[in-house]
Design a binder for this molecule. Structure first.
Ligand SMILES: Nc1nc2c(c(=O)[nH]1)N[C@H]1C(S)=C(S)[C@@H](COP(=O)(O)OP(=O)(O)OC[C@H]3O[C@@H](n4cnc5c(=O)[nH]c(N)nc54)[C@H](O)[C@@H]3O)O[C@H]1N2
Ligand SMILES: Nc1nc2c(c(=O)[nH]1)N[C@H]1C(S)=C(S)[C@@H](COP(=O)(O)OP(=O)(O)OC[C@H]3O[C@@H](n4cnc5c(=O)[nH]c(N)nc54)[C@H](O)[C@@H]3O)O[C@H]1N2
Ligand SMILES: [Mo]
Length: 764
């Protein structure tokens, strides 16, 4: 067995979950020397009186009284409630230049930030600074802008509704819509694609729908690692006989078999529940073709059934009453030939027809998808094809049916809902103007990729980040790292030190904030914040732990502090008054969004919170024509290999031991990788054809820029994935992603279909 020889790589053949998950939690708590309350902290995650788990955006269970065990939620909590402290002494023990040579893991593992700090060029160190001085400096830089659009307001999706709302008010008060957002790198094809299809840029299902579905599609997401609490839902569905069809180039263990840590019988008997009834190893970027094939096969089954006097398999009443565009779509599908579909999807016609057969048998179907679908050229169109498939059989807006994008950060959807948007609707700007009495700018602002381009042109004077690790999450570090260094002032509101903070501008500030798990006291007393999950449920979140340092401030307080420093006490926005009591912020949110957040303050006091209006769930389509739209696919994203058989497509994935750019540890248990991340998975024949063997050291070069962008010295691991496909870890492989390779309509980088060449390692 060649595999045995590769250091740190073996086959994982147990189920996902199980005792391994419990052991991992104990390890996470011990490793971070989590404060004594660690256990209690975990037990209060997602409880009515507790805090919202920062791990993911999967909704809370209906029975909110039982603690739902989640390994990776526990790791996220442990990482935040660590007893390690990145004090000014700890950080200042070495120069920033030295710190930049550390690994991402080492940098964050210094622990929680404790003091505001400013970069000191003379000593090349971050030195402590007072809050007032820090705010004054940011206020002055915002006052001195040569144009409001020379400020950028980046947001990561952990910030609460209250913080995110104030942040976008701050940006618009400054006079810009420059809100690059982590969503630009994540579910933007959903935010851009779904409104054209169904009138709303988010999912239509609720958690209850999963109890009624008899078919669940899982396209391009890895729930055992990234949405572990979803496994309980999938397991229940599988046990009651619902079919689960997985589409993924990689065989992800949790989608195959899962042992539930909540289930004492499964744990004690080491038994497990098979999850996916069928696993389709679609080629990288081939999902749009697969879905077109399924629709074509559904139309054929429908015609065959009608030919023998049956009712057919389309929901014709639904299509007639609720939709437009069916004929154009059907015509295009008839014209497609099978060899094209097979080549594009990497699946056989027989496999695709099998899926169509299951689909027409199902009374109610839910379609879930994640980053495997959105991070490609043409992803917006692919998202719209998913909707087409559902519309064919009326699978939106009835129990057990609908579309379910798995959002990333725990409040990324909420931030969008409360107005963090670089292309704001006119109605939003009108409402802000009425509620606050200032005129927000009307022209569009920058996405993440556009922000980096503006930095390169020296057009960014102030960059403020509400969380996140902008430069490391973004594509093409060669350009991005250099670009952010050109900024006049970078300001980071953060819990932990990361590489982006070390890529300081001419001036740089780090402003340390409270995390979700911590008690937040303002002038008006102890505060709760609110968040929105993947299924439009909004609820309160209250921290329980004492703050990591007495100098920390809450995110809303920091944003307000900047606003106050810039605009003064008499401003139309009462910055300091608003943060004294977050009920006042929520009142302002309700004033701007009266129908979405009706009775906001009253309704978040009900345990479990409330659901925002989801018009498609009631078959109410807020599109211009008032109907759901079948939209024909657009071809963007085809021909990535440019006909060159040497070119392979690389996808980048998260390991089981990371949260985006935060690397907790070096294991990826379910994929059988231990103690390392410098590996690339490839098909045995693709390896052999290049005269290579598993375990060889290799280089990956971006296919079409003459080897300028490359990762070198990675180890080759043979895996069961489609021919011509490779996989490696994010963010190590980001260097291969060209800044220009992004979905034209959403701006989302093509992190999951990178054309590369695989070569034996050339020693320098
Ligand atoms: N523990 C943990 N939880 C997280 C995160 C984390 O990093 N760690 N991140 C959070 C965030 S911000 C997000 S956005 C989500 C991400 O959650 P996911 O969407 O699950 O994220 P990924 O690991 O990027 O990859 C998803 C899957 O897509 C598959 N894939 C790759 N390319 C293709 C393709 O072309 N087609 C198909 N069909 N599949 C493909 C990969 O094999 C992988 O199984 O999770 C959130 N939750
Ligand atoms: N190659 C490749 N690149 C990708 C992806 C991919 O799949 N492949 N995925 C993309 C996706 S889906 C996303 S969402 C982005 C993620 O992009 P970001 O959201 O920018 O990145 P994170 O790694 O989540 O940010 C981690 C940092 O957030 C800060 N932080 C943590 N908790 C808090 C908090 O409560 N408050 C504040 N203020 N700060 C906090 C800490 O300082 C930590 O270092 O990356 C994208 N990049
Ligand atoms: Mo994400």
């Amino acid at each position: 067995m060649a595999r045995k020889r590769i250091k740190g790589v073996k086959e994982y053949d147990g189920p996902a979950g199980g005792w391994g998950a419990l052991k991992a939690v104990a390890g996470a708590l011990a490793d971070q020397h989590t404060v004594v309350e660690g256990g209690r902290t975990l037990m209060s995650a997602n409880q009515p009186e507790g805090f919202d788990c920062p791990g993911c955006a999967w909704p809370d269970p209906k029975h909110t009284s039982s603690f739902e065990f989640c390994e990776n939620g526990a790791k996220a909590v442990a990482w935040e409630s660590t007893s390690r402290r990145a004090t000014p002494e700890v950080i200042g023990a070495q120069t920033v230049t030295e710190l930049r040579t550390w690994s991402d893991h080492q940098i964050e593992d210094l622990g929680r930030l404790t003091h505001p700090m400013a970069y000191d060029a003379a000593s090349d160190r971050y030195l402590p600074i007072g809050w007032d001085e820090a705010f004054t400096q940011v206020g002055a830089a915002l006052k001195a802008l040569s144009h409001p659009d020379r400020a950028e307001f980046y947001a990561s999706g952990r910030a609460s509704n209250e913080a995110a709302f104030l942040f976008q008010i701050l940006g618009r008060r400054v006079g810009t819509n420059n809100f690059p957002d982590c969503s630009n790198m994540c579910h933007e094809p959903t935010s851009v694609g779904l409104p054209d299809s169904i009138g709303m840029g988010k999912g239509s299902v609720s958690l209850e729908d999963f109890d009624h579905a008899d078919l669940i599609f899982c396209f391009g997401h890895n729930p055992g690692t990234n949405h572990p609490r979803m496994m309980a839902t999938l397991r229940e569905a599988a046990r009651r006989g619902a079919r689960i069809l997985a589409f993924n180039p990689l065989k992800e263990r949790a989608l195959e078999v899962f042992a539930s840590p909540q289930d004492p019988v499964e744990m004690a008997t080491l038994s497990a529940t098979p999850i996916a009834s069928r696993y389709y190893q679609v080629t990288i970027g081939g999902d749009g073709w697969a879905v077109r094939g399924i629709m074509k096969a559904v139309l054929a089954l429908d015609a065959a059934d009608r030919a023998v006097g049956g009712p057919g398999h389309l929901d014709r009443d639904f299509i007639a009453v609720h939709t437009e565009g069916f004929e154009a779509l059907a015509e295009g599908l008839h014209a497609l030939d099978w060899p094209r579909i097979e080549a594009g999807s990497g699946l056989s016609r027989a496999q695709i027809e099998e899926v169509a057969g299951h689909y027409v048998e199902a009374k109610a179907a839910i379609l879930c998808y994640g980053m495997g679908l959105t991070q490609h050229l043409g992803a917006t169109s692919t998202v719209q094809q998913l909707v087409n498939l559902l519309l064919l059989r009326g699978n939106i807006g009835r129990p057990g049916a609908g579309i379910c994008p798995l959002r990333g950060h725990s409040n990324v959807q909420g931030a969008r809902t409360v107005g963090v948007a670089e292309k704001p609707a006119a109605a939003l700007l009108d409402a802000i103007e009425t509620a606050f009495g200032f005129a927000p700018p009307r022209h569009h602002g920058h996405t993440v990729v556009e922000t980096i381009a503006a930095m390169e042109r020296d057009e960014v004077e102030v960059f403020i980040a509400l969380g996140g690790n902008f430069a490391v999450a973004a594509p093409d570090p060669t350009r991005t790292f250099a670009a952010i260094r050109r900024v006049g002032l970078t300001v980071h509101i953060a819990t932990k030190l990361n590489r982006t903070h070390l890529l300081h501008g001419r001036a740089s500030l780090i402003l340390p904030c409270l995390g979700r798990t911590e008690i937040d006291v303002q002038a008006g007393g102890r505060q709760a914040v609110t968040v929105e999950d993947s299924m439009s449920m909004v609820h309160a979140s209250r921290g329980l732990n004492p703050p990591a340092s007495e100098h920390l401030r809450s995110e809303p307080a920091i944003v307000a502090g900047i606003g106050h420093a810039r605009f003064g006490a008499g401003d139309v926005v009462d910055w300091l008054g608003l943060v004294a009591d977050y009920d006042r912020i929520r009142e302002r949110i309700e004033a701007v969004f009266p129908t979405t957040f009706t009775d906001y303050n009253a309704r978040i006091r009900v345990p479990g919170g409330f659901r925002l209006p989801v018009p498609p769930a009631d078959r109410h389509w807020t599109t211009p024509s008032g109907k759901a739209q079948f939209l024909v696919p657009t071809g963007e994203g085809e021909g990535l290999r440019r006909g060159d058989p040497e070119v392979l497509l690389l996808t980048t994935v998260r390991s089981h031991d990371q949260y985006n750019t935060t690397v907790y540890g070096l294991n990826d248990r379910y994929r059988g990788v231990f103690g390392r991340r410098d590996v690339v998975f490839a098909h045995p024949q693709d390896i052999a054809e290049r005269g290579l063997k598993p375990g060889d050291l290799i280089d990956l070069e971006a296919a079409f820029d003459g080897g300028a962008r490359a990762v070198r010295g990675f180890t080759l691991v043979d895996r069961d994935l489609p021919r011509g496909c490779l996989a490696a870890y994010y963010p190590e492989a980001n260097v291969l992603v060209a800044l220009d390779d992004h979905d034209a309509r959403s701006g989302t980088p093509a992190y999951k279909s990178i054309p590369v060449r695989l070569k034996a390692h050339a020693r320098a």
